[in-house]
Every structure is written in C-alpha cells, then in structure tokens.
Design a protein around this ligand. Structure first.
Ligand code: NAD
Ligand code: USQ
Length: 411
C-alpha cells in the first residue's frame, strides 16, 4: 500500500484503489464517476435495495435512471474510464470479505445503507431491516478491513441527525467535558430522532471501537440533508443522471419542496416548520468526500467532520422555494401539515462545521439562481411524478392515530 506523504495527505495521486459501497445510489453514483474522472481505480458494491424499495411501494425516481450496467457502459463511452461492479449485500459478510480481498482498496467510501428515517419508522420489519443492514453491514466492513487492508481509510457517511437538537452548540464529534473537577474529551452526546438515525449512532460507536482496538483509520462524515439534482459528471449525458426522490420515504425535504412547487402541490411543511437542520448541495457532498479521501485520518484515528454548509429551518426553505418558484411563474402555496414525526418544531440549533472548510471546501450556497436551476431541471421530468406518493402516511407514534380517531378507539 502507498504511504501517505509527510503531511499525512495522499495528495491528489491518481490511481488509488477506491471502493464505493452503495455506488448505485443518489450520492454513490456521482461520487464513483467523480473519482473515476480523476483517474482513480473505482469499484462499486450495491445490492439495488433502493431500487427494490421503490418497486415495493410502486414509486420511482423522478429522473429516469439506467441500470448500473448501462450507466457504467455509458460512463466508459463518455470518459474512457472503467468502473468495476460487484452486486451483493454488505450484510453478507462472506461476500464483502471476498470483495475487499480482491479489490484491496486504499479508501472505502461507505454509502451502502438504508438512508430513510420514515422508512425505518414504518413497521417492526422495516426498523429491523434498517438496523440490520446498516449496523451489521458496517461491522462486516470493519472486520474485512482489519483482515485484508488494515491501512485502508474508511470514509463513512454518518448523519448530523446523530446529535439530535440539543440546547447547546453541536461540536464536530467530540466535546470537552468537566465533571466533578475532572476533564476529558468524549464523544458528543447523541439523541437522534429516528431508528434510522440511531443506526448511524451505533455505526459510529463500532467504527470508533475498531480504530481504538485494531488501529484502523476512519472519517465519520456527519452529513446534513443533501439537495440538488446535478453534478459535473451527471450533466454530461442523459444516461448518467443520478436518482432523485421526492416521495414520503426517500425524498428529502428540499428536493420534495422543489418537486411540489413544479407540480402545483402545496409545500408540505410539517408542524410549525421551525425544525432547523444543516444542508448542503450534492456537488458539495462530492467535494467533501474527495477532501476526506485526499487527506486521510492517521492510523488508529477516528475523525468526525460535520458535513453541511448552511443551516435552514423547514419554514425558511419553503419560503425560498416559494419565491424562486413564483419568479418562474409557478403558483406555490406553503401549507402546514400535522407533523407525522416526534421532533422539536422550535429549538436552538448551532452546529460547528469548520473541519472541511479548513481542508479547502468551497461551498455552493443555496440561492435563487441555484433553486431556479433545480426547478427547471425538475420541469423536464414532471410528467413522471407520482403524486399519491407525496403525503406522509408513516407516523413516528401510531398511538397518536388512535387519539385522533375517537370513534376507532371507543369502538
Ligand atoms: P441511496 O439509497 O440513494 O444510496 C444508498 C445505496 O446503497 C443504494 O444504491 C442502495 O441500493 C445501496 N445499499 C443499501 N443497502 C445496501 C447493502 N446492505 N448492501 C449493498 N448496497 C446497499 O441513499 P443516498 O441518499 O445516496 O445516501 C447515501 C448515504 O449517505 C447513506 O448512508 C445515507 O444515510 C447518507 N446520507 C444521506 C443524506 C441525504 O440527504 N441523501 C444525508 C446524510 C447522510
Ligand atoms: N420535513 C418537512 N416536510 C417534508 C419532509 C420533511 O417539514 O415534506 C421536515 C422533517 O420533519 C424534518 C426535516 O424536514 O424535520 C428534515 O427531514 P428530511 O426527510 O429531509 O431529513 P431526515 O429525515 O433527517 O433524513 C435525511 C436523509 C438521511 C440523512 C439526514 C441528514 O434521508 O439519509 O441522514 O437527512 S440529517 O437531517 O442532518 O440527519
């Protein structure tokens, strides 16, 4: 394996072996193309579960995505670069072990998890599926790295939602605590808001353990909510588009609002809309992941970066979309719906995000121009929108359903 330079950075050396877990997904596919375009040897693992979950709900990506094989063929045609693919589930330890032994990656970018909070709260089955896929998959990965590539750098996608919404500033992974006259720097307290977000907390603990105990190196990217539809590479050819979801399970809030604005559906602000989160453009996800890969953690180090560029409340986002939509001639209504989630709707939120900026992140901020360009891209595909998939049916606490339906509870 190549050694890092004296500064600890790999530089931007071409030809690193990079394995992308979840490389058929919204973020994984554009990431695979980005590293491939830079001249790295890229391999992808995916089990197509995201495509299957859509089939099971009779929903689909707004963008007409090609099969992984067609994407890889189109990418070869457009760029002249090959991407190798492995189809299988990372919770299958034997499969993942054999992939790691064959690829011998110098960096693993791990996106391959069930990413939806509402899906994880739908039923016992989906909650167990989420935690099994995410936690066991990551555990298998840690063992395979320990046994075959102990120098490899794990870049793991975590989530800002691991922290929840505490009434104090959120630090990047760790906090210095003084307790009864003694001091220590410890993992920041985690109070996540769904069983999905909890799976990421469990992952973080397991990865931290593997770094402390086996000397692995890892960067946990606590990413905020991603929005956007295009990257440099996906825009090169219609066959290279990435998925874009807007349904109640897999659509994230700003992407949903943009689709809703274009089709004339009221923007679905849950509750008061004071819920504040960190956000970033999909182009910045790629930038952040690249920065992490190019500047690896030290052996034995478990680093945490908070990966977002701006904070917004849901209500602020709705107003921004309404304004950009109105400029384009759409009639955009902002409507408050009963909140299906159990979460604070008005709270303090101030999260640190300096570590990626220190490495050179140049954010693409959310402005009217960017929003208008997302809306215009969505306009091209608006006939594909399945409107019945938009309103939420999954409640965090189904007991509330009973309270709202006295007839049912009395009977
Ligand atoms: P996605 O569902 O589009 O991508 C995940 C990919 O992983 C899918 O192609 C899926 O088929 C694959 N996959 C899932 N489980 C797998 C398994 N067990 N084995 C092999 N492949 C598997 O989701 P995304 O939005 O691209 O998110 C990627 C990662 O980033 C996830 O871990 C998610 O939790 C995290 N993240 C996403 C966002 C966001 O706003 N999109 C924000 C923060 C963190
Ligand atoms: N919300 C609305 N209306 C909607 C959808 C969502 O008001 O139509 C609200 C939610 O109640 C929540 C906020 O918007 O308060 C964010 O919801 P979301 O669905 O956009 O994001 P979330 O469930 O947190 O999950 C998403 C990704 C997940 C990632 C996470 C980053 O699906 O993979 O981990 O964003 S973070 O939020 O920072 O934890």
């Amino acid at each position: 394996l190549r050694a890092p330079t004296a500064t600890g950075a790999w530089g931007t050396l071409a030809g690193m072996r990079i394995l992308i877990l979840g490389g058929d997904g919204y973020l994984g596919w554009p990431t695979a193309m980005r590293f491939s375009a830079r001249g790295h040897e890229v391999s992808i693992v995916d089990n197509f579960s995201r495509r299957r979950w859509h089939l099971e709900h009779s929903t689909d990506s707004l963008t007409p995505i090609r099969s992984l094989q067609e994407r890889v063929d189109a990418w070869r045609e457009v760029s002249g670069h090959d991407i190798k693919t492995y189809v299988g589930s990372i919770e299958d330890g034997e499969f993942l072990d054999s992939v790691i032994a064959e690829v011998l990656p110098e960096a693993v970018v791990h996106y391959g998890e069930q990413p939806s909070a509402p899906y994880s709260m739908k039923s016992r089955k989906t909650a167990v599926e989420t935690q099994y896929t995410n936690v066991i998959g990551t555990l298998n990965l840690l063992f395979a790295m320990r046994d075959h590539v102990p120098d490899c750098h794990l870049v793991k996608l975590g989530t800002m939602g691991e922290y929840g919404t505490p009434n104090i500033d959120i630090e990047e992974g760790f906090i210095e605590i003084e307790h009864k006259g003694r001091k220590d720097t410890l993992p920041f307290p985690k109070v996540p808001g769904s069983l999905y977000h909890l799976s990421k907390v469990h992952d973080s603990h397991n990865i931290h353990f593997a770094c402390r105990t086996w000397g692995l190196r890892a960067t946990d990217l606590n990413q905020g909510v991603v929005y956007g539809i295009e990257t440099e590479e996906t825009a090169q050819d219609e066959r290279l588009v990435t998925r874009f979801d807007y349904d109640q399970y897999f659509g994230t809030v700003l992407n949903r609002f943009c689709v809703q604005a274009v089709i004339g559906h009221p923007l679905t602000v849950y509750g008061e809309g004071g819920q504040t989160r960190g956000f970033l453009n999909i182009r910045d996800t790629l930038q952040c992941v690249e920065l992490a890969v190019n500047n690896p953690a030290d052996l034995g180090e478990f680093r945490v970066f908070n990966q977002f560029t701006e904070q917004f409340s849901v209500r602020e986002l709705a107003e921004l979309v309404q304004r950009a939509g109105t400029e384009l001639g759409y009639d955009v209504e902002v409507r408050h719906f009963p909140n299906p989630r159990v979460e604070a709707e008005s709270h303090y939120y101030n999260a640190a995000n300096t570590k990626l900026r220190d490495l050179g992140l140049k954010p693409h901020y959310l402005g009217d121009e960017l929003l208008r360009s997302i809306l215009k891209t969505i306009e091209r595909y608006k006939d594909r929108v399945i409107e019945r998939a938009i309103l939420p049916t999954t409640k965090w606490n189904p007991g509330e359903l009973v309270a709202e339906m006295p007839a049912a509870s009395e009977g």
